[in-house]
Design a protein around this ligand. Structure first.
Ligand SMILES: Cc1ncc(COP(=O)(O)OP(=O)(O)O)c(N)n1
Ligand SMILES: Cc1ncsc1CCOP(=O)(O)O
Length: 693
């Protein structure tokens, strides 16, 4: 019989010991697991004589054949031959691969246990059909294991066998269960080779309901983990970074943060546009994670209850696919903390790990140094720091931030050094923790490009500190804190985009080309601005004579409430009035991104755009949202403004640019707006744009 094509997704390794099988019947448990979806079975019996083993294997083979699933025998080539089953699994101390192949022939399956690159290359070259790579995690099921290699060890092996051109199939084994399976597969993945499946003993053999357990596990193998993100290409990433500048959506950032820094962490979260919830009770996480946002696990102080709560929250956020930031405060200070770090890392996926040098070394796992409290003494030089964050991020497949005089950030492929910040940050308790809060707010809204989000958050945080420290009223750490909160807030406000609605008044209705289309686009713009929390500035030109803003926009402006930062009457043509430029929303030297809609394109819109550009802001003009009395003016005005540095775009393009990511909580409602206004968009584009571009 030719060698069958094997699906290694869920590989069951049996165990008949009392501690695992109990008093149940082996065949019954294996059959239930086959019903649940197990794809390979290995009979692994360490006691009993050969005759007993052969008859057990025969019975089991009858069952596995009914499910068209291969049966392999652990260690015993003679038993596999006697039974005529599909093959064997041999370890490094069992019969040699070449001898087993000679005895079994080319068509039988032979799997080999490997725990090092050398063993793996030898097994592949020797013609193994698959590798059982492990032991991944320590497990009571097999205590005589030689090496615990972790996900990083598995990935190292996969990398090297792929480089050597072997396409041998692979599973990993040791300590795998429902709660860690997807993370292990994700973290084991090498650039050119993934695992084909997982081998499991106790999570199926000892399960109360082996069928349900197998069904769940095979689903987890086949489905991508919820926390997987598409990191995107470098070009898109660079554009994103340029546009980002600390532009966060309002996000929810539940934090498990201890008393000492709760207050400042909550204030920082509010200042950067997030809504913080300090949740110390793990049970709440299942509901909180459904609201969007990100989780911060801050190990400020630990106790057994606290650790259990961290793990519950971590599980809930991982399951929901929401990002998690881990701040391993004082990680190396005590053995309890070192253990807590291990437990947290073994129980969930952490999108970002942020710590000082000592903490990151401890997380990496090779630090012999004793940390004192949360101190941040340094022994590494910059290239070593960069290497450490890069290696840790590559190992964990996440983003790692090492804070210090220079901060290092890496996603395992790209590594950055950031030289901003101010010494006062180190003189106020809890500021380090609040950087974690700021990062969480950023990745909650830009999960698809975590590295960009993290860098934007660090820059936002540290530049705010620099500006705050320069303020005349700041004389030390005490006066620095309120100034820092103000600057965090002002940067967020200033870098957030805003809308300008220019002079859309009653008297212009009959005179302006396609006036109704300008209104349609402006309505859509106001709805988008309200949903995305974008500030709005409105003007009228000589209201007494030309009338108020048209009634079609009034209810939308009312609904926008406090987002309408100003509704001013003017005689000047430009909207960049002193009352606008001096508004708290604009801070000197900080660039805002402003979009303009209204009339007339060659007069008020042109003069507003030129003033804004001269003041250093970025300006976008909606081609489907501006008009003039004479249609010919529109094209001339837009060409001039484009040349002056403004971006001419469309309302839909601008709305999607503001969202940036389909993962943001507002995306669904915004798609609703886009769909509902589809007809208006078409009408406005046809009516207004055809004549200008
Ligand atoms: C799929 C799979 N991988 C690894 C092992 C371990 O085999 P071995 O090293 O021979 O240890 P024992 O199973 O004999 O204790 C396995 N059995 N299956
Ligand atoms: C057979 C074997 N080889 C390495 S670990 C292991 C046992 C895995 O058992 P479990 O899936 O219960 O952790």
């Amino acid at each position: 019989m030719a060698k069958p094509q094997v699906d290694y997704a869920l590989y069951l390794v049996t165990d008949s010991t009392l501690g695992i099988l109990g008093d149940r019947d082996l065949n019954g448990v294996v059959e239930a697991s086959l019903k649940g979806g197990v794809t390979v079975v290995q009979l692994r019996e360490k006691t009993g004589d050969t005759g007993q083993l052969v008859s057990k294997a025969r019975e089991l083979h009858q069952i596995t054949r009914r499910y068209n699933v291969p049966l392999l025998i652990n260690d015993r080539v003679d038993v596999a031959l006697a039974v005529g089953c599909e093959g064997v699994h041999i370890g490094q101390d069992d019969m040699e691969l070449a001898a087993a192949r000679r005895l079994l022939g080319p068509d039988k399956i032979i799997g080999v246990t490997v725990s090092t690159v050398e063993e793996a290359l030898r097994a592949c070259e020797g013609g193994a059909d698959y590798l059982g790579i492990g032991t991944v995690y320590a497990t009571p099921t097999k205590t005589n294991t030689k090496e615990i290699i972790g996900a990083a060890g598995v990935r190292g092996i996969l990398e090297r066998i792929a480089e050597a051109g072997h396409n041998t199939q692979t599973v990993c084994i040791g300590g795998i269960n429902e709660s860690n399976l997807q993370r292990i597969m994700f973290q084991c993945h090498a650039a050119k080779k993934s695992l084909d499946g997982v081998a499991i003993v106790s999570a199926i053999m000892a399960a109360q309901d082996p069928e349900a357990a197998a069904r769940k596990l095979v689903g987890l193998v086949r489905d991508p983990p919820p926390f997987v993100v598409d990191i995107g290409d470098n070009q898109a990433w660079e554009k994103q970074l340029a546009a980002d500048d600390g532009d966060y959506m309002v996000t929810l950032a539940p934090s498990v943060i201890k008393m000492v820094v709760q207050n400042i962490a909550a204030n920082v979260a509010l200042a950067v546009g997030a809504s913080p919830i300090m949740a110390g009770y793990g049970e709440e996480a299942a509901d909180l994670c459904k609201l969007g946002g990100a989780l911060v696990i801050n190990m400020g102080s630990i106790d057994p209850n606290g650790l259990a709560n961290y793990l519950k929250a971590l599980k809930a956020y991982n399951l929901e696919g929401r990002p998690v930031v881990f701040d391993p405060v004082g990680a190396g200070a005590t053995s309890l903390r070192r253990e807590a770090v291990k437990t947290i890392m073994a129980n969930g996926y952490l999108d970002v790990i942020k710590g000082n040098e000592g903490e990151i070394k401890t997380v990496f796992g090779n630090s012999q140094e004793q940390q004192r409290g949360v101190d941040s003494s340094s022994t590494l030089v910059n290239p070593q720091k960069a290497k450490l964050v890069r290696e840790l991020a590559a190992r964990e497949r996440n983003v790692v931030v090492m804070t210090g005089r220079t901060d290092f950030v890496s996603d395992g492929a790209r590594t950055f050094a950031i030289d901003n910040g101010h010494e006062y940050l180190g003189k106020v308790t809890g500021t380090g923790c609040t950087l974690g809060t700021t990062i969480s707010a950023a990745i909650a809204s830009r999960k698809a490009d975590r590295l960009t989000a993290v860098i934007a958050a660090i820059l936002h945080f540290e530049i705010a500190a620099e500006i705050a420290a320069e303020r005349p009223e700041v004389r030390g750490p005490g006066t620095f804190v309120p100034a820092f909160l103000d600057e965090l807030y002002l940067i967020r406000q200033a870098t957030a985009r805003d809308d300008r609605v220019c002079d859309i008044q009653e008297k212009f209705r009959p005179a302006i080309f396609e006036f109704d289309k300008v209104i349609l686009t402006t309505q859509k713009l106001l709805r988008a601005a309200t949903a995305l929390q974008i500030p709005i500035f409105v003007t009228t030109q000589n209201r007494a004579r030309l009338g108020d803003t048209v009634s079609e926009l009034k209810s939308l402006l009312d609904a926008a409430g406090p987002l309408v930062k100003a509704d001013l009457d003017k005689t000047r043509f430009s909207m960049w009035l002193p009352a606008v430029s001096s508004h708290a929303h604009f801070t000197p030297h900080r660039k805002s991104e402003i979009v303009l809609a209204g009339i007339e394109s060659h007069i008020c819109i042109t003069q507003t755009a030129l003033d804004l550009l001269a003041a250093g802001h970025s300006v976008s003009i909606l081609a489907d949202g501006v008009s003039s009395s004479n249609r010919e003016e529109i094209g001339i005005a837009l060409a001039r403004l484009r040349q002056a540095g403004a971006v001419v775009t469309s309302s839909e393009s601008w709305i999607y640019e503001c969202m940036g990511d389909a993962g943001i909580p507002e995306f669904k409602s915004m798609v609703g707006v886009v769909k509902e206004t589809m007809g208006d968009t078409k009408a406005a584009l046809q009516g207004l744009v055809g004549s200008k571009i």
